[in-house]
Write a protein that binds this ligand. Structure first.
Ligand SMILES: C[S@@+](CC[C@H](N)C(=O)[O-])C[C@H]1O[C@@H](n2cnc3c(N)ncnc32)[C@H](O)[C@@H]1O
Length: 386
């Protein structure tokens, strides 16, 4: 079933979304230290592989921009990344919600390189060329699968006409996130924006969920319908164990509140019950390779927890496995934490080291299958000779 522009606007406006986005309380430790860092990593990959010589200007179209989180993430990335520090942003955010657009334009009224316009991506895609077609916060999941294919088709047609190398970042909800395991058999279902909980009950709305195979098929169909050659494609999972709905329990009540537990590991003032962090994903209505992935991933995750528990003289029943080489040693991380004057005892140093190792696992062993809260599809196009 298609959703009208008014339905989408109502979801955000009736649930006071603009207030939610403006509230400083919406950012927990996981959002700031794990999720935003991972989004910047994906955007960096996207920008660095656009086939253009050293650039002074990066022209960005942010689709479903809200109040401009994409702009903040990009400008932080450009400031941090030496290979991009000469690059100036020329940013246009579009959003279906007039209230978001008005708030965003007010927030950035002093930045001449930033502007926001109201547009429904299904009907209006700006004609001018961009280097990066960005999205974050899963705006494309509001579209049906067919609508996404149509939007991409129009986008690829524009890109073909503009003959300018670019990257397209497509952020959608992952179909096989543990947050909604009971829904794994469906690819579009009624989703509550329950992260707006603090501001009252949100209106349920139909959203689309993707495995990487499904998203890849849609991208390739759209490109081939308009004869737009794809130079490269990549997929990234963000928040495999710590998606926001492991905190709300809205769609999988059985699940331990992993996000709260990781927030607690990252907070030196809290002591975390390591036993609750054990990850169990034994079954679910998903292809065999997804179940296999969770089996392997939970083996790694639980080994990290068990190694820390042992140091704290707590015993956990876990079958330990060999960890991937890119997970740093617990001892080394604890030693590094000795230099941190905020951490005054061993338990704090161990908990922070565990958080670091779990983050390394989430960020370097994600398979890009659609097993996290977000699935990013990145498409690189170079249509100069087409
Ligand atoms: C969860 S918010 C993400 C906002 C922002 N990108 C961020 O990361 O904070 C999704 C946004 O997509 C917008 N949106 C939904 N459907 C859209 C459409 N068809 N065209 C343009 N924007 C849309 C919504 O109004 C909302 O602001």
């Amino acid at each position: 079933m298609n959703v009208t522009s008014d339905d989408i606007k109502a979801v955000y406006e009736e649930s006071n979304a603009t207030q939610h986005y403006l509230s400083p309380n919406r950012k927990d430790n996981v959002k700031v230290y794990w999720e935003e860092a991972f989004s910047r990593f994906v955007f960096k990959q996207a920008i660095l592989s656009i086939d253009t010589p050293a650039r002074e200007k990066l022209r960005v179209l942010d689709v479903g921009a809200g109040i401009g989180d994409g702009y903040t993430l990009l400008s932080d990335l450009l400031a941090q990344e030496p290979s991009l520090d000469k690059c100036n942003l020329d940013y246009l955010g579009i959003d279906i919600s007039p209230e978001m657009v008005e708030t965003a334009n007010n927030l950035y009224k002093n930045n001449t390189n930033v502007r926001f316009e109201q547009a429904d991506i299904r009907k209006q895609i700006p004609e001018s060329p961009f280097d990066l077609y960005l999205s974050c916060g899963v705006p494309y999941s509001h579209l049906t699968h067919e609508e996404l294919e149509t939007v991409l088709k129009i986008l690829f047609e524009r890109i073909l006409k503009n003959q300018s190398p670019c990257a397209v970042v497509i952020d959608v909800l992952g179909r096989y996130s543990i947050e909604w395991q009971p829904h794994w058999s469906e690819s579009r279902w009624n989703y509550n924006m329950s992260f707006f909980k603090s501001e009252g009950e949100a209106k349920p709305t139909l959203m689309s969920f993707y495995s990487h195979e499904h998203l890849e098929k849609i991208i390739r169909n759209a490109a081939s319908e308009v004869n737009c050659p794809i130079k490269n494609l990549a997929f990234f999972d963000r928040s495999i164990v710590v998606g926001r709905h492991t905190s709300t329990g809205a769609f999988n009540r059985e699940l331990p509140k992993y996000r709260n537990l990781v927030n607690s590991l990252l907070d030196p003032n809290q002591e975390t019950d390591l036993n609750q962090l054990i990850l169990r994903v034994e079954s679910g209505d998903a292809p065999e390779y997804i179940i296999k992935f969770f089996h392997q991933f939970s083996g790694w995750w639980n080994t990290i927890i068990a190694e820390a528990a042992e140091l704290l003289n707590e015993s956990l029943e876990v079958n330990r496995v060999q960890l991937p080489a890119n997970i740093e040693s617990l001892d080394v991380l604890i030693k590094q934490n000795l230099a941190n004057s905020v951490l005054t005892n061993d338990r704090q140093r161990i908990e922070l080291a565990v958080a670091k190792r779990l983050q390394q696992l989430e960020q370097t062993c994600e398979p890009g299958y659609g097993v996290g809260h977000d699935l990013f599809g990145v498409v690189w196009l170079d249509t100069r000779n087409s």
